[in-house]
Design a protein around this ligand. Structure first.
Ligand code: ATP
Ligand code: MG
Length: 741
């Protein structure tokens, strides 16, 4: 037997060797679905059934494509060229370039990014005299994308499908938008699939060409295909008088993209669409230890609509540590705990790249990123930007810098027209020349141009307001510095700044799908301020964090969202933030009810099953919402993990003690465990819970900025602390936490 087949179990081998005819591999996480697909690819080539260019292989991410290419090459013992291997979009873009003329484009068409799409759509809406304030463009953009996901060109939308957008004008605007794209020789992301499906539907000659070209089709993560992807696959695979050599692998329990139009029903339809299909089930999991599997299986069993699959440990060394479940006091402590565990595992010889922190929402990476930086542990954020590199964070920081330092021209220029204040090129160049001529910073130039009447109309009003907002902020900061009021004055100042400037509103009005995540990031940014006594201190910290290495070696801790972790595996997986409202996400449950909850649970299943050896789930009893504390209760998913596979641990330091004392210590500030809190409260929540316990001299404490130290004396709300590294400092007591010896 050929050696690569020996590395498979009998069911896997059946899936690889059943080369002709349709085949569906339906199996749980870590059972080797992707391995089967890769081996099958190599097997088809090695057995001479097809040349590399005659196999069409679809993966969910570019990274997965790269991995598959590499592994096929390893089995073949040589690099392979000319593959049709990629994501749906990549493959469709390649096809569309060949046949662009059939949809009125040329082969050099441009692919628009989301900003361009929106700008174009707004122009079309203006031509239709739509009141953009009442009917925001991003909402319609979303509707158009969903239509495209379902393969609906404008002419295919029945009046009943039309939304009530702007009095039923959506379909018409969609049509005009498509027309404009064509005039510009451009396609948006959804068009890549929509156009090619349209071509395959209407041009039998083109379809026949691909039928001849592709002898075999391979699809990974089939449970997350949406309608248009499904249509495309079906067109390519179904050929009159020939068997469909299509092999799809998937797991209904890992369907986590229904919010992007994925239809798990595509799996159910497989046998109907491809009569005579072979169904192979794989039941041995080779990835994870028995406790990890037990935990994941017990959890997912709480979902109703499941196909039901058996999953049993297939690793020889399947015994292992139970899944750790840690209760911590707050998010800072959670980050510390994870950091400590990572250091410990690292000391014990585990590589950092075999560790991953998987979060539910992008904003959660911040606390961990900062912890990694403090500990000097290299990390990378996969599938997303590092927190402080995200656009909205940079904008907000530019606001803070412009307020803190009036001569910071770079920061000021970033925000001067954000949100739009009608500052066009003309006004901007007038400002620049004035600043140069008078040798003053831009902010001063604005004031002078306002004073001498050069700026007029809307620009004058809006810039006048901006300058006033910045100035009010500076006064607030100055008052804070005089110590008249205890911090967190600067937090309130920043909140006010972001609100009054209209920046927060800009994102609140934005109806695009990523706007809520950006607002969460902004809230998280304000939350980060709590750890600093002055805005200046915070900004300095940020500039240091932003400079942090990009080129440290390859061994780094991985940070990413649960969605981004699909298909991947790591020895050690950290799953923080398992709290009601955060995970399961309140937003998802509000929008999609029980279906949403089940999808969240599948996401939890995906998370746990990424781990080979160890998984640590954590939840914090308190999260900061701005300067306020909000108590939170453990995610229901934690209770759904069978006890025999879990080991509960208190946190390393103070959590237990404080948890017990919490209701009295905080004198009614916390509606502790009273109701399921929402993860994200409304934006307006200034103020901070005062601390009413006292930290006696001799108490060991932790300060986010200065680290560990011993309290020397205490009065009112101030403490004198001898820090181990930073030396003697006077700090506000609500910036420190007591830690055990
Ligand atoms: P997911 O659902 O998470 O995408 P999967 O079903 O695609 O998982 P793979 O990633 O292909 O699973 O395999 C999981 C792990 O098990 C991999 O490390 C793979 O190399 C290993 N593996 C798969 N089959 C076998 C086998 N027969 N013997 C030993 N190891 C195996
Ligand atoms: Mg896989």
């Amino acid at each position: 037997m050929t050696s690569y087949l020996e590395r498979l179990n009998p069911e896997q081998r059946e899936a690889v060797e059943t080369v002709d005819g349709p085949l569906l591999v339906l199996a749980g996480a870590g059972t080797g679905k992707t391995r089967v697909l890769t081996t099958r690819f190599a097997h088809i080539l090695l057995s001479g059934r097809a040349s590399p260019g005659q196999v069409l292989a679809v993966t969910f991410t570019n990274r997965a494509s790269r991995e598959m290419r590499e592994r096929v090459a390893v089995i073949l013992g040589r690099p392979v060229e000319g593959l049709w291997l990629g994501t749906f979009h990549a493959l469709c873009a390649r096809m569309l370039r060949r046949h662009a003329e059939y949809v009125g484009l040329t082969s050099s068409f441009t692919i628009l990014d989301t900003d361009d799409q929106l700008r174009l759509l707004k122009q079309v809406m203006e031509l239709h005299r739509i009141d953009i304030k009442r009917w925001p463009a991003p909402g319609l953009m979303g509707a158009i994308q969903r239509w495209k996901d379902r393969g609906l060109t404008p002419d295919r939308i029945t009046p009943s499908e039309d939304t009530d957008f702007a009095g039923g004008k959506a379909r018409q605007i969609y049509g005009d938008y498509q027309e404009r794209l064509r005039q510009l020789n451009a396609a948006d992301f959804g068009d890549l699939m929509l156009h090619i499906v349209e071509i395959l539907r209407t041009r039998p000659d083109v379809l026949a060409q691909y039928h001849r070209a592709f002898r075999y089709i391979l699809v990974d993560e089939y449970q997350d295909t949406n309608t248009i992807q499904y249509l495309w696959l079906r067109l390519l695979a179904q050929r009159e008088g020939f068997p469909s050599n299509i092999c799809c692998v998937g797991d209904d329990d890992q369907s986590i993209y229904s919010w992007r139009g994925a239809e798990v029903e595509n799996i159910l339809r497989f046998e109907k669409d491809f009569p005579g299909a072979t169904i192979v089930r794989l039941e041995s999991n080779y990835r994870s230890t028995a406790p990890i599997l037990g935990a994941a299986s017990g959890l997912i069993a709480h979902n109703e609509g499941r196909m039901g699959k058996t999953l049993r440990p297939g690793r020889e060394d399947s015994q292992g540590d139970k899944v750790l479940i840690a209760s911590v006091w707050d998010s800072d402590e959670e980050a510390r705990l994870v950091g400590e565990r990572i250091e410990q595992l690292h000391r014990e010889g585990n590589t950092l790249s075999e560790m991953a922190i998987l979060v539910r929402a992008g904003f959660q990476t911040r606390a961990f990123e900062e912890r990694m930086i403090t500990l000097g542990l290299p990390y990378r954020v996969i599938g997303g930007m590092r927190f402080y590199e995200r656009a909205e964070i940079r904008d907000a920081i530019a606001y803070m810098r412009a307020m803190n330092q009036p001569s910071d021209d770079l920061a000021f220029e970033r925000i001067i027209n954000l949100p739009r204040r009608g500052v066009g090129d003309v006004a901007l160049s007038a400002l620049h020349s004035r600043a140069r001529a008078d040798r003053v910073p831009m902010t001063e130039a604005v004031l002078r141009l306002l004073a001498d009447g050069t700026l007029k109309g809307r620009v004058r009003d809006q810039l006048g307001q901006l300058m006033a907002t910045l100035e009010r902020g500076r006064i607030g900061l100055a008052e804070a510095a005089q110590g008249e009021q205890i911090a967190p004055v600067h937090i309130r100042v920043v909140e006010t700044l972001l609100e009054e400037s209209g920046y927060i509103d800009m994102w609140k009005r934005d109806k695009s799908p990523d706007a809520p995540g950006r607002l969460d990031n902004l809230k998280e940014l304000v939350r980060a301020l709590v750890d600093f006594e002055t805005l200046g201190g915070f900004l300095e910290h940020v500039s240091l964090v932003m400079e942090n290495d990009e080129n440290a070696g390859a061994d780094r801790v991985n940070l990413m969202t649960l969605h981004g972790a699909k298909g991947l595996e790591f020895d050690n997986v950290f799953l923080p933030g398992w709290e009601e409202g955060l995970f399961p996400s309140q937003r998802t449950m509000d929008e999609s009810g029980n279906k949403g909850l089940e999808e969240e649970r599948r996401l939890a299943y995906v998370g746990i099953t990424r781990a080979r050896k160890r998984a640590l789930i954590s939840h914090a009893a308190n999260r900061r919402i701005y300067a306020n504390w909000q108590s939170s209760i453990p995610s229901r998913f934690i209770d759904e993990i069978p006890e025999e596979h879990a080991e509960r641990m208190g946190s390393t330091s103070l959590a237990r003690e404080q948890l017990r004392n919490a209701p009295t210590v905080f004198s009614g500030q916390f509606p502790l465990m009273a109701k399921r809190p929402r993860a994200i409260e409304s934006w307006e929540q200034p103020g901070r819970a005062p601390r009413s316990d006292t930290l006696a001299p001799g108490t060991r404490v932790f300060h986010q900025k200065f680290g560990y130290g011993i309290v020397k004396s205490a009065d009112d709300n101030k403490l004198d602390v001898e820090f181990e590294k930073a030396g003697f400092k006077r700090v506000l007591d609500n910036y420190v936490q007591q830690v055990s010896e």
